[in-house]
Design a protein around this ligand. Structure first.
Ligand code: CMP
Length: 142
């Protein structure tokens, strides 16, 4: 069944001018882009998005990094989207990511790891709604 996931091209990859290469990898793997934008996350938005990590020692660093420059959230659709996208991006720590994955190619560290991917269908729906209105998604329906 076709389902959705949320990708974010993070500020490090945007700074390194890798938006185009990363989108080419994503669409080349069969994902359809349902909605896309470039934004600079506010502190409130980043704190809310990563609320699940708020007790973790890296939370403040994560919020600081995600608000350090523009990022590109993308709502993606594909059969088995969540799992297939996580395979495409590789492990959180690029040192552990498989060859050919987006994080292996473009990430520098666990903190600055180039891209985000939802970890479940339920979180994908919540995360997509964090960045995109119903209308923005409907406009891209085809
Ligand atoms: P992401 O997929 O966006 O979801 C949570 C993020 O927390 C993760 O990618 C990493 O960027 C970040 N993260 C996870 N573990 C650490 C860590 N040990 N130190 C710093 N950042 C981390």
């Amino acid at each position: 069944m076709s389902n959705r996931t949320l990708a974010i091209i993070k500020p490090d990859a945007v700074r390194n001018n890798k938006i185009g290469e990363i989108i080419a990898k994503i669409t080349g793997a069969g994902f359809k882009i349902k909605a896309i934008k470039m934004i600079k996350m506010s502190k409130t938005s980043a704190q809310g998005f990563y609320e699940v990590h708020k007790e973790r020692p890296f939370y403040a660093e994560l919020v600081e990094f995600m608000t350090s420059g523009p990022c590109v959230p993308i709502a993606l659709e594909k059969e088995n989207a969540v799992a297939d996208y996580r395979m495409l991006i590789g492990a959180t720590d690029p040192a552990e990511a498989n060859d050919g994955t987006i994080r292996k190619l473009y990430a520098a560290s666990k903190a600055e790891n180039a891209v985000h991917g939802s970890d479940s269908d339920e979180n994908a729906a919540l995360e997509i709604s964090h960045f995109f209105s119903r209308n923005e998604l409907l406009q891209n329906a085809c």
